[in-house]
Design a protein around this ligand. Sequence first.
Ligand code: COA
Length: 357
Amino acid sequence: MQMTSPELLKIAVNEFNNKQLVAGLEKFSFGLVEDPETEAGFESLLSESFKVPAGQSFYDDFPVWQSTYDTYKLRVVAKDESGRVIAGGGVRITDIHAPSGALPVAIIGAICTAQNFRGKGFGSRIVQFLIQWAETRKVAGIFLWGSEINLYGRLGFSACGRQYKILAKDLVFRADSGSSVSVSSEVRLGFNHSIFELMRRRSTGIVLRSRDEKWLGAHQNTEWVSLWSKSQCLAYLAIGRGIDLHETIHEWGGTSDSLQKLLQHAVALRPNLIMIGGVEEFETSFPIVKGCAKEIQFLAKICDPAKWLSGYRKGIEFVHDREDLRSLEVQWFGEGERTGGTKFEPLPIWFWGLDGA
Ligand SMILES: CC(C)(COP(=O)(O)OP(=O)(O)OC[C@H]1O[C@@H](n2cnc3c(N)ncnc32)[C@H](O)[C@@H]1OP(=O)(O)O)[C@@H](O)C(=O)NCCC(=O)NCCS
């Protein structure tokens, strides 16, 4: 279901329609993706812009943006005078797990502009509108994944987060050490409700609610592998997503021993699998990765610094006060390696692979 504020939308529509973006291209209409024709135009522009192979759809890899699935989202498009969709994008509101509880956040995605309309400000205007809409929903911050640093930087986003990326076979270090996994355990393929229940127990990433099971299970190019003992799912891995995350394990969970056993199985078949995860998540399940190279995970725009400070205050003493929190790179001191007080470190935020859109 799409939710919107008619007033805000009206202002944006007028602003968008009245702005002469480029001489000779005076009139463009701006509106929601609601009717089947606009839906089809948006889907086809998304598939074209993200270079999806013929016969497939952008939604095969990003079903969260499809109208079919019940997520709290807004999708908007710009059309030219003939009614053709020439740009579009979406935002969804959800919650992220933080040490002190859930924080409301927005995730922007599905941003696209038709090839011959690029560089004229359509992408920026659409993202601007989505930001405005998210901000009125009192989110703590807005996240997106993209390499267009100029575009998003101008709109207040900065690179944040840290993730480990590691060759999965390097994590199989206790293969025959007599794990507690029963000899009767078996590996199964495909997504199912027990995997979802295990995912819901995670303490990082997006907070999963029962309505999220459908769109998570609708990823057409993601392979799910799980380890079972009798009727109990002990561990799971999700591999790939088509457009991105090729041969990458981006969702995983379960007990450390079961994960080891499952990984051993997966890398025996596919030795080049890469595994990504949050710094904290990896260090808990795979102590061996300590000290690995970390890379930036996402772009973030802070909307409400106070929410972040209260959400992450548990166990962390911030050096900065709330006015200084303009990015999620904060100077802070806490336990272990982070003690020091003078180092800038990102807040330990992590989005699992399918959380990001
Ligand atoms: C990214 C995209 C939506 C931009 O749309 P647009 O209407 O051209 O956006 P704007 O005119 O507002 O801004 C264009 C800016 O984005 C930058 N940009 C576009 N594509 C880029 C890329 N692949 N890498 C880096 N920067 C890029 C342009 O250089 C330009 O910056 P500049 O003004 O400083 O030169 C469009 O290029 C597109 O559809 N790309 C394919 C789909 C995609 O990758 N979407 C983004 C996923 S988050």
